[in-house]
Design a protein around this ligand. Structure first.
Ligand code: MG
Length: 351
């Protein structure tokens, strides 16, 4: 699916969204899930192709043979998509929305937008202005060494002092960069996301002790256990919860860890289609999400009519939480056909 413009971060560029979807059909219902992986392992270890193999050769045959998903290490994106499809099917059958199932009571969530690298300075300003005028309630700029203070200075000047501004380094700095990173305190950021490598817990704690800006952990948070450890060690003052990467149940568990520790959670996006976006928005409606995160309208990525489901649209700077059964969105089959390049079917009688 073509993106309205390429999305560039410290871990790579995405110009075309490639999606791998899972549809589970059977006695337990008919549901959809989206594999949150990219084509390369720059951001996370899973890729579209590794997830496809894990689904085809292991997870789905085992599910069909035994009725439950097997215990596996890794392959979280593939597993999360099957869990989502099974849950969606069950909730659709039972007439319960995902938000209600999670106990998320908010009808709307605040919308935020992430902006990749854009070296065309006037274009960068134009983009920022257009998002703020559209109503986005938080702007997050991607940064990396050498592309940080100037980006944030321009962003702050453009959006003014009243719009929450965040930065996301995708783990591109080391603790040796602490002097440059503490300099970013001057921009009054809502948070600085994943400044250091995913496994650098002690270094994150050392950096956090030197900065006024709260450190937000994203790539670090691979489970509720890691989230609890990171918070205990003082490595993060905010946690980005990504249901696409963690799966719905584990995202809920990370949220609960944050609530118990009194740490704000932000909802983290992964360029989801409407299927994954429905999950993101439902999870973001939980009460522990006290900071505006990455929930963007569909047109920010896919244009007005480019998504696989009905679009999520801004309503006064917020997105409506779906309240229909399951994910609460409808897959538009003609749109799906338009973008489908391959399809594989695994049937119970074949395993
Ligand atoms: Mg991030």
């Amino acid at each position: 699916m073509p993106l309205v413009e390429p999305f560039r971060t410290a871990t790579g560029e995405t110009a075309t969204k490639e999606a791998l979807l899972v549809r589970v059909r059977g006695d337990a219902g008919d549901g959809w899930g989206e594999v949150a992986a990219f084509t390369t392992p720059g951001y996370a270890p899973d890729t579209i192709d590794t997830a496809r193999l894990a689904l085809r050769d292991y997870l789905l045959p085992a599910l069909l043979a035994h009725g439950t998903l097997p215990s596996v290490r890794g392959h979280g994106a593939a597993r999360a998509a099957v869990e989502c499809a099974l849950l969606d099917g069950r909730l659709r059958r039972d007439g319960v929305s995902l938000a209600a199932h999670l106990g998320a009571a908010r009808a709307h969530v605040d919308a935020g937008v992430a902006i990749g690298f854009c070296d065309d300075v006037p274009r960068f300003g134009e983009l920022l202005r257009s998002y703020v005028e559209a109503g986005y309630r938080r702007v997050k700029c991607k940064i990396e060494p050498g592309r940080d203070a100037a980006v944030l200075r321009a962003a702050r000047r453009t959006v003014g002092d009243d719009v929450p501004l965040a930065a996301d380094a995708n783990g591109s700095y080391t603790l040796a960069d602490a002097p440059a990173l503490t300099g970013l305190d001057a921009f009054g950021l809502q948070c600085l996301e994943q400044p250091l490598a995913a496994d650098a817990l002690a270094d994150h704690a050392a950096l956090a002790a030197r900065m006024r800006t709260p450190t937000c952990l994203d790539e670090t948070v691979t489970s509720a256990t890691v989230a609890r450890d990171a918070i205990t060690f003082g490595a993060g003052g905010v946690v980005s919860v990504k249901p696409a990467r963690l799966g719905i149940a584990e995202a809920r568990a990370v949220h609960d860890v944050c609530v118990a520790a009194g740490v704000p959670a932000v909802a983290g996006g992964m360029l989801e289609t409407g299927i994954g976006r429905a999950v993101l928005v439902a999870v973001a409606a939980l009460p522990g999400f006290t900071m505006t995160g990455d929930c963007s309208a569909s047109d920010r990525y896919f244009g007005l009519d480019g998504d696989l489901t009905e679009p999520f649209v801004l309503e006064g700077g917020r997105l409506r939480v779906p309240d229909l059964p399951g994910l609460g969105v409808t897959v538009r089959h003609e749109q799906l056909e338009r973008f489908t390049v391959a399809r594989e079917r695994i049937r119970a009688e074949d395993v």
